[in-house]
Write a protein that binds this ligand. Sequence first.
Ligand code: EPZ
Length: 421
Amino acid sequence: MQKFLIEGGAALDGEVAISGAKNAVLPLQAATLLANSPMTIRNVPRLKDVSTLAAVIEGMGVKVSFDADNNIHVDTSTIQHFRAPYELVRTMRASILVLGPMLARFGEAEVSLPGGCAIGTRPVNLHIAGLEAMGAQIVVEEGYIRAKCKRLQGARIVMDMVSVTGTENLLMAAVVADGTTVIENAAREPEVTDLANCLVQMGAHIQGIGTDKLTVQGVDVNALRGIDYTVLPDRIETGTFLAAGAITGGRVKATHAAPDTLDAVLQKFREAGALVETGHDWIELDMRGRTLKAVDIRTDPYPAFPTDMQAQFMAMNACSQGIGVIVETIFENRMMHVAELKRLGANIRLEGNTAIVAGMPNLKGAPVMATDLRASASLVLAGLAAQGKTTIDRIYHTDRGYERIEQKLLALGATIQRIND
Ligand code: EPZ
């Protein structure tokens, strides 16, 4: 099992190039199943989740190849079956994203139920209900979603809850359904917008992109052409590296970034006392020797503060001046980093999904364990700020969502190494 070994205390200073967004490239990979000709996705981060989804799609007989410039080339002309197996789906639950496009284009799909993960039960009832509303016959048995439909029909779908991949699955189904589909209470995350923009360039007809109401005029099932599409920058990776600058009292400039996808997060960095400047594709955070102030956070769907940045701000609050209250409203179990942060000396009181964090002058390094992707990021941040050595176990969680994180941190002046234990 690999671990990170971090020596904390240094103020980071430098530039970091942001990779493509994990949560955009995954639906885009699924969207290639809709293309009637070969397709290329560019600016793809080298992440475990991306290669797992590629394996799911390749397993259906589709040609998938990565080149040396972080691009994926996909050709679905050789597809043989429409099954996403449990062995792969359970390791990467966003594999559920192949359900909508496969059913819409090929009329059948058999996808393993993704199951839960550390942060929650992660049900997919909204995905299933939406496809049934479009005429799919769906049976859930033996741990699999088995769906059939000669041709999906346009429908008006009101999502009970804002669901990012739920919206993405139904959008990919709707673009080649017969007739018009309206998705109300749709997710507005930038990754949903990136997918919609890609589908339009492939030939889909979508109105309301970026809003909570998507109206789709379906086209013929084989009408969407393969295109060359570049993934948008990862706003959560960006926020995580800016948080590394904030928590260490340093300066970090994120390049190849998308500042306009991070308004709520940048506002919170400023509230915490950081100086934040932005350009067309860059964001610079500079603490200028100021003390970090604790901030109150409430996670909500985009454009509000993202749940994927909650753990990182929990680490910041732990090292700040004052008391910050953090409320997690999206997932039922996304506070597991609290216990690990407390091992580093953080003063946090947890009441359900509300954490009251009293900032400490400094944390002390200790051995800790990653429990999920963003929790692991918060432990890296806390380790960078803590005095002494911190080891972080189970960093396979980190590798799911951060490309070459230790190399990028080393370039910013961090003392971090990956050790095999
Ligand atoms: C996406 O997950 C992201 N993953 C998550 O990022 C992110 O935290 C989440 O959206 C919220 O922004 C990808 O895009 C691959 P949801 P998703 O459906 O789509 C409930 C990371 O760290 N719900 O928006 O699975 C659900 O339980 C990951 O990069 C249902 O009840 O999240 C949750 O409480 C973690 N039924 C809420 O909705 C459904 O059918 C929001 O979930 C679907 C969802």
